[in-house]
Design a protein around this ligand. Structure first.
Ligand code: DGL
Length: 264
């Protein structure tokens, strides 16, 4: 098997980054690893998540990964440094797009960062905010329900709308200039957020910048010709509905595989 790029998330969130990566590198060999046996990661502690990431590294080794993309903010804040110390291949992480949001924010309006609980309370996000947020514009709002909704493929139901409308109603949105989607699962809700938020608010996510960073780390070692491949592995049961959802959104060449994971 030729060298591949592994894209990791706790479940379906990272598929949004996978789609971006395929657009940017269509001839590449991608393995997507969704740890659906252990989703959600948001409430879990770092040590537990690191154990799951070690399982992912072991299970994908036969595919000779040349890089791993953590398409998961929670996995990045808890485990990117841990993985980088332990493994020699490039580990590319993603973090909420706080910096671009502040840079675009010429009117000094407030910025609302949505994340999981784990990302929201992480020292890494706190440091990121402290580094760029001189004017104290950034508020962090953990939205754990949205991860569960996404895993159940509930993208625009009454329950989701009610949940988001209720939460957003407690924010004076006219004071906010941007919403940052700081969890890859939330990117599936971009259209719904667009509908629910006032027009002046920008919506930002980290996918494009993360894929650019992945390409920089690959340092020219990117397939330029030939047909790319895409193999999708999930540690939990893959329902018919989820398989159909993915088939509609991903290239036809995609195939589902099972990896040898040690799931308890
Ligand atoms: N999609 C992930 C993230 O970006 C994790 C969501 C979860 O499993 O709680 O943080």
């Amino acid at each position: 098997m030729s060298d591949s790029i592994v894209i990791f998330d706790s479940g379906l969130g990272g598929v949004t980054a996978l789609m971006e990566a395929i657009r940017a590198m269509p001839a590449e060999h991608f393995i997507y690893y969704g740890d659906t046996a252990h989703v959600p990661y948001g409430p879990k502690d770092a040590e537990e998540i690191q154990g799951y990431l070690d399982q992912m590294m072991a299970a994908t080794r036969p595919y000779s990964p040349k890089a791993v993309l953590l398409a998961c903010n929670t996995a990045t804040v808890t485990s990117a440094d841990y993985l980088r110390k332990k493994y020699t291949i490039p580990i590319v992480g993603m973090e909420p797009a706080v910096k671009p949001a502040i840079e675009h924010d010429v009117d000094l309006k407030r910025i609302l960062v949505l994340s999981t609980e784990g990302t929201g309370k992480s020292a890494r996000l706190r440091r990121l905010v402290e580094k760029f947020d001189d004017d104290r514009l950034v508020d962090i709002l953990p939205l754990p329900n949205l991860v569960d909704f996404a895993e159940r493929l509930e993208f625009d139901t009454d329950a989701v709308r009610f949940d988001l409308e209720t939460i957003l109603a407690s924010y004076p949105l006219e004071e906010y200039g941007a919403l940052v989607l700081g969890c890859t699962h939330f990117i599936w809700y971009r259209d719904l957020f667009r509908e629910l938020l006032p027009d002046h608010m920008e919506i930002l996510d980290g996918n494009a910048a993360t894929v650019r960073q992945l390409m920089r780390k690959l340092n020219g070692n990117i397939e330029k010709e030939g047909e790319g491949t895409l193999q999708m592995a999930f540690t939990g049961n893959l329902s018919e509905e989820t398989a159909a959802f993915l088939r509609c959104r991903l290239p036809e060449k995609m195939e589902f595989i099972s990896l040898d994971t040690d799931n308890d």
